[in-house]
Every structure is written in structure tokens, then in C-alpha cells.
Design a protein around this ligand. Sequence first.
Ligand code: NAD
Length: 368
Amino acid sequence: MANPSLLILAGDGIGPEVMGQVTRIIDWFGDKRGLAFDVSEDLVGGAAYDAHGTPLHDETMARALAADAVLLGAVGGPKYDALDFSVKPERGLLRLRKEMDLFSNLRPAQCFDALADFSSLKRDVVAGLDIMIVRELTSGVYFGEPRGIFEEGNERVGINTQRYTESEIERVARSAFELARRRGNKVCSMEKANVMESGILWREVVQKIHDTEYPDVELSHMYADNGAMQLVRAPKQFDVILTDNLFGDILSDCAAMLTGSLGMLPSASLGAPDANGRPKALYEPVHGSAPDIAGQGKANPIACILSFAMALRYSFDQGDEATRLESAVEAVLASGLRTADLMGEDGGAAVSTSQMGDAILAALDASL
Ligand code: NAD
């Protein structure tokens, strides 16, 4: 059988630097674990604009659609700020998400013990935290019609429309329940059914999918405002949180801060499963291209490395190998090694991007 295919789009700024460490780790899994991938690379964002005058070439789009998974670094940078909106680097990423129809956005918030003091919350509230937010990504108020700024009488009115069809709710609910089965088997669905009709429908449909297809998973419902409070009060009560595009945008950023640094946060965006059961998938760190540190060897590669761990788990059904990689990262952090973004007040010497990669590879070797 052919090896699974991975398309790497390193992008701009620190994207290629952090992705460089990921490719070393991909090679390690090929050499040491017999997990070989057919890896190809292409351009996205500003790098694609420089080469082709567009942030995503049609051929790259076709390759992304054909790949078993796409790994993306980051896009953007000051060099491209003055470009027309239609060719800005971020448009490349938006096109990928849209044409791959990636409706389910997975944002884990995991607090490694060694970094618990980086959280703005108390250590005992966050140490050992491991939750996953599943955000609907392609519908809801950011896309609903009508939208715009209109004249009404003698003033203007700004309108956006929160709109969800049953099938849009069903597919993202399935994605959350499937995920819960691989984790703590609990889903908490968040909306505002007390004040929004779209919330009432959301709650009904999630309950129906649960009762008919996933009765073994524990399901609860919570108003999203209470969810925000609970996330900072007692986040460890959650396993998988399922929510819409707008609430998910806010709740996932809130949850991200529980864990400290932007350089640690991976993400996945999944679409519908193909005939082989594998979903269309894009894995990327949450952070951007960090132009302030690009080219200096200072970037933390862990968010991008943990994004590859998510690919192992969710695209390639290699949960044990994903855990091996996450444990290697945890062991390195526990040993006290830090990139600059993770240095505390008391200082110490930060390691470079590639030294962090070296240490994670050594920890992987030690895991054999
Ligand atoms: P950013 O995430 O690039 O950086 C924010 C801060 O966090 C910076 O101080 C940066 O140095 C630091 N940081 C980020 N990732 C880090 C890492 N891995 N290691 C160490 N420090 C890290 O956000 P920004 O500065 O608002 O945006 C910069 C550019 O990135 C902009 O052009 C923006 O449009 C783009 N952007 C892209 C994405 C994406 O590709 N998905 C996401 C956000 C922003």
C-alpha cells in the first residue's frame, strides 16, 4: 500500500523555522517507527504571493485536496500589509479552509505540569488540564445572510445573521462525539438557547444525534456565558466542549490562555470523512508568523510539533505514537529546557528552535 501523503505548507515568518523541526520528527517516525509518509512541500501566504502573485496557487489547492493531511506553518507579515485584501497572505489560508470544507475546528488546551506556573490561573486549577474545544468553523454569524451596513430611516444599521441548518449542526456534533470517544467520553455543548432560536435548534439537534448515534457518550448542555465562567473557575470539569463559530472563537482563545504561551498551542481543522474514513484535514499552530522574532532561531517549535501529533492521532489513527511525541515534549519541558517565550522572570539561558528540536528527538530516542 502507498504511504499516506502529507502536504507541508510552511508559509512565512517563523513558519519555515518551526516546520523545519517538524520535518525532522516526521523523518524520525519513518526511520524508527516504520511510519513513512510521502511528504511534499509547497508555498502558501506571502511566500506564494512572491512566487506566483497569489497567496495560494490553484495547483497547490489541488494538491491540498488530494493529500491525506496538510500541515501549515503560519502566514503573513508586515511586507504584505499594504497588499489588496484579495491577495493578502491570510486569503490563502481562508481558501484552504473553505475549499476543503473544514467545518470542525479542534483546539486542545492542555497544561503541561512543568508550565503550570505560566498560566494566569492558580497552579492547582490548571495543572494536568486536558480539554478540547470543537468549534463549528464554516457557518454561523460570520457567514450568515443578510449581512451589511444599511440605511434605516435617518441612521445606519449593522446587521449580521446567526444561521445554522440542522445538517450543519449534525456534522459538527458527530465530530465532537467521535472525538470524545477517543478521550474522556464527555461532551458539553454550549449555546445561548435561553435567548437565541439558533441556540434552541442547536441544543435539540445535538441531543438528537447523541440519543440516536452516541448514547454511550456523556452529554451535557451549558449556556455559553456560564461556560466562559466555568472555563476560568474550574476548567478540569470539561473533556470536549462543542460550540458554534462565534462562541467557539471566544471560548477557545479563553481556554488557550489557561495554558500559558502561544508557542505551545496546536490546532486541527477537519472536514467530512473520505471514502477511506479519513477526514479532510489541516493541522497548524494557533500562532501567527511572529515577524518580531522571525529568522533569529528563537521561535518555539512545540505548537507546530504538537499539531503533527494531532495529525498522527486524527488523520492516521496512530494515537499511541501521538502520545509518544506528546510525552517526549513533556519530558523535555520537565527537564527545564525552554525557548525564549517560556522563560520566567528568573531568566536562565533559552535554547534555540533547533536545540529544542534536538532535545525532543533525543527524548523520542529515549522512548524506544
Ligand atoms: P503572532 O502569533 O505571530 O505573534 C504574537 C506574539 O507571540 C509575538 O510577540 C510573537 O513573537 C510571539 N510568538 C508567536 N508564536 C511564537 C512561537 N512559536 N515562539 C515564540 N514566540 C511566538 O501574532 P501577530 O503578531 O498578531 O501576527 C503576526 C502576523 O501573523 C500577522 O501578519 C498576522 O496576520 C499573522 N497571523 C497568522 C496566523 C496564521 O497563519 N494562522 C495567525 C495569527 C496571525
